[in-house]
Design a protein around this ligand. Structure first.
Ligand SMILES: Nc1ncnc2c1ncn2[C@@H]1O[C@H](COP(=O)(O)OP(=O)(O)OP(=O)(O)O)[C@@H](O)[C@H]1O
Ligand code: SF4
Ligand SMILES: [Mg+2]
Length: 339
């Protein structure tokens, strides 16, 4: 397998390299295993926003947690700037982990309701022993301003803020550690539609100002197409496709991506829509026993005999454009009867 081409929008150095990543969980006391991530390979390049899109249960959150060291690989490796953090001892692991932060969908998840927002923003830096109490407080007040909130609100408690404001506080909290990478897991999904755009714009501004790399997880194609340089499409613990955003949305090479794009109810600019609607039939199979061969085959309108027998290779079909389908070519996904 060749290395992925570097994206033009990002500097060349990969900040994270993911190789054969598997994360499994025991399924209660059934003796079975949930294959949340079942072999993914990709890089994240410095300064880019890599969007991750996929249906519920496809492994997006597990991937985000693994990327920041919160979920342990069952198999495979994640290299952060060339280093495998799982090989580091306690203190060195915690220090390295600071460079990789995650913000979750629930704006309340990381905020202690009994702490003022100032204390919440200061907390990660205090735990990490960065600066002294006075410098941390000054930095936190600056950060509050930087995310668009008045420092006069610093003594208030989380319940006195809206969801959008709380997400801004979470961003300030993550930035206190000056991370290299922030994984954003559905960070605008719980917000009122009217404030989503503003929060996404804030993420874009902060990326420039703080030289950040984002992994932006969402199930909303309009969000991911708005913010991403490249987009990866997940299905049942694997990547189906990965490409520069415009390429993936305008010229998808995998049947699943094509189906997802045509099923998307949120209005997309007409140039971003595929010509025909393709219904995504049926439920996602259980990650306890994914289908043999290609795991999308039970819902794929182009599935043939080979698809049940053989798992498709993860191939770079065009420069920087990867897909896992036996029949995808640089011209597009395989043709099928109702397309
Ligand atoms: N701690 C856990 N223990 C057992 N199973 C888990 C655990 N975490 C995730 N899973 C399972 O792993 C699979 C992938 O879950 P994950 O949360 O990563 O999906 P997701 O793509 O983020 O879904 P969503 O869009 O609903 O957030 C699911 O089947 C889920 O039930
Ligand atoms: S490998 Fe077969 S089942 Fe899988 S996406 Fe391609 S055509 Fe469909
Ligand atoms: Mg999730």
């Amino acid at each position: 397998m060749t290395e992925p081409a570097k994206v033009e929008t990002a500097a060349a150095a990969p900040v994270m390299s993911v190789r054969g990543l598997r994360v499994t969980f025991p399924a209660g006391d059934t003796g079975q295993t949930v294959k949340a991530l079942d072999g993914v390979d990709f890089e994240v390049f410095k300064g880019e926003t890599l969007g991750i899109i996929g249906e519920s249960g496809s492994g997006k959150t597990t991937l985000g947690r693994a990327l920041v060291g919160l979920a342990r690989p069952t198999d495979g490796r994640i290299l952060h700037d060339g280093i495998d953090m799982s090989g580091l001892g306690g203190a060195r692991f915690r220090a390295a982990r600071r460079d990789y932060q995650i913000i979750f969908q629930d704006p309340n998840a990381a905020l202690n309701p009994r702490m003022t927002v100032l204390d919440s923003i200061v907390e990660p830096a205090a735990i990490a022993g960065i600066g002294d109490a006075r410098s941390r407080r000054g930095d936190a007040l600056d950060m509050l301003k930087r995310v668009g909130l008045s420092p006069e609100l610093a003594r208030r408690y989380p319940h006195q803020f809206s969801g959008g404001q709380k997400q801004r506080i979470n961003i300030a909290r993550a930035l206190m550690l000056r991370p290299k990478v922030i994984v954003c897991d559905e960070v605008v999904a719980a917000l009122d539609v009217s404030v989503r755009g503003n929060v996404l714009n804030l993420f874009a501004e902060l990326q420039r100002d703080f030289d950040l790399t984002y992994v932006f997880i969402t199930h909303d194609i309009s969000v991911v197409s708005h913010i991403s340089d490249r987009i990866a499409v997940t299905y049942l613990g694997r990547f189906m496709e990965l490409a520069p955003a415009e390429d993936l949305i305008e010229r998808p090479l995998h049947p699943y991506t094509r189906a997802l794009l045509s099923a998307e109810p949120v209005p997309l600019p007409s140039a971003m829509r595929t010509h025909r609607r393709i219904a995504l039939k049926g439920e996602i199979p259980s990650p306890l026993s994914p289908p043999s061969g290609c795991r999308f085959r039970t819902r794929c309108p182009a599935a043939g005999e080979r698809c049940a027998a053989e798992a498709p290779a993860w191939r770079e079909i065009k420069a920087g454009h990867w897909a896992a389908c036996h029949f995808s070519t640089a011209e597009g996904p395989p043709a099928f009867a109702d397309a």
